[in-house]
Ligand binder design. Structure first.
Ligand code: NAD
Length: 256
């Protein structure tokens, strides 16, 4: 993997940052794309100690911003070998509580965002006759999840998108796969848990937490370090004949 170039959206915290750390240790050139400038600067500073790493302030909901991201990556490294889409948002509401504005924002970030990226990244990969794409979905997209309906719907869209693209670009030496994590301790999950804890109170929240862990055959919530190795494998030469697949990394929460 040494000398390859990766774009990682949402690569400044959580699972994306852990993927970036793994790729940095393999000598991959990194471009981290995110709306969070402070976390982006800190992450690129950390990673620059082991590999060329750049932060590109990018809003995935803005097509011009995504164009700039692709342009900056080519100008800096001359290639895009790996594209990993981790960036996402979460909303904790029942469908009835939510509004069309909530749905639009979710679809803009979680579905249109990776679509803008892939639309601009694929021509580069096709020219190279090489590319590896990994997009993140969620187990909620596979089995549904109360209070996450439109997040789950957007993520199901990502799965369908990536599988379809995998069929179109396979002949060009490009693989495209989906990683579907179960609950993983990242800022995304921690924020949601903090608000649930506040709403429920300590006792009810503790009971809920035990029930969640019982739903996992491996009896624990995941860490970013549980998920990142699957991503690096799907980017590696060892995964050259794997495409259009959904890989659940979830402590056995779903077994589909
Ligand atoms: N953590 C979990 O329990 C869990 C479970 C299932 C799926 N996932 C999926 O895994 C992936 C990584 O999740 P995580 O928990 O590490 O998330 P996270 O919230 O910790 O990180 C997501 C990143 O996306 C960035 N982002 C949000 N909107 C953006 C935009 N418009 N443009 C650019 N960047 C933007 C955020 O700033 C943040 O840095 C996500 O796709 C998420 O949906 C996570």
């Amino acid at each position: 993997m040494k000398g390859r170039t990766a774009i990682i959206t949402g690569g400044v915290q959580g699972i994306g940052l852990e993927v970036a750390r793994k790729l940095a240790s393999a000598g991959v050139n990194l471009v981290l794309a995110d709306v969070n400038a402070a976390a982006g600067e800190a992450a690129s500073k950390e990673l620059s100690a082991s590999t060329p790493a750049k932060f590109a302030l990018t809003d995935l909901t803005n097509q011009d911003s995504v164009r700039d991201l692709v342009g900056v990556t080519i100008a800096e490294f001359g290639a895009i070998d790996y594209f990993v889409n981790c960036a996402a948002i979460l909303d904790d509401k029942t469908f009835e509580e939510s509004s069309p504005r909530d749905w639009q924002r979710m679809f803009d970030v979680c579905l249109l965002g990776p679509m803008y990226c892939l639309h601009d990244v694929l021509p580069v990969m096709k020219k190279q006759k090489f590319g590896r794409i990994v997009c993140f979905s969620s187990d909620s997209a596979r089995i549904g999840q109360a209070r996450l309906s439109y997040y789950a719907a957007a993520k199901a869209g990502v799965t369908a998108l990536v599988k379809s693209i995998a069929q179109e670009v396979g002949p060009d030496g490009i693989t495209a796969n989906i990683v579907s994590p179960g609950a993983t301790n990242t800022p995304m999950r921690m924020d949601r848990e903090a608000s649930l804890r506040e709403q429920m109170g300590e006792e009810k929240y503790a009971r809920r937490e035990q029930a969640v862990q019982r739903a996992y055959p491996l009896r624990r919530i995941g860490e970013p370090s549980d998920v990142a190795p699957t991503v690096t494998f799907l980017l590696s030469d060892g995964a050259a004949w794997i495409t259009g697949q959904v890989v659940s990394v979830n402590g056995g929460f779903t077994m589909l």
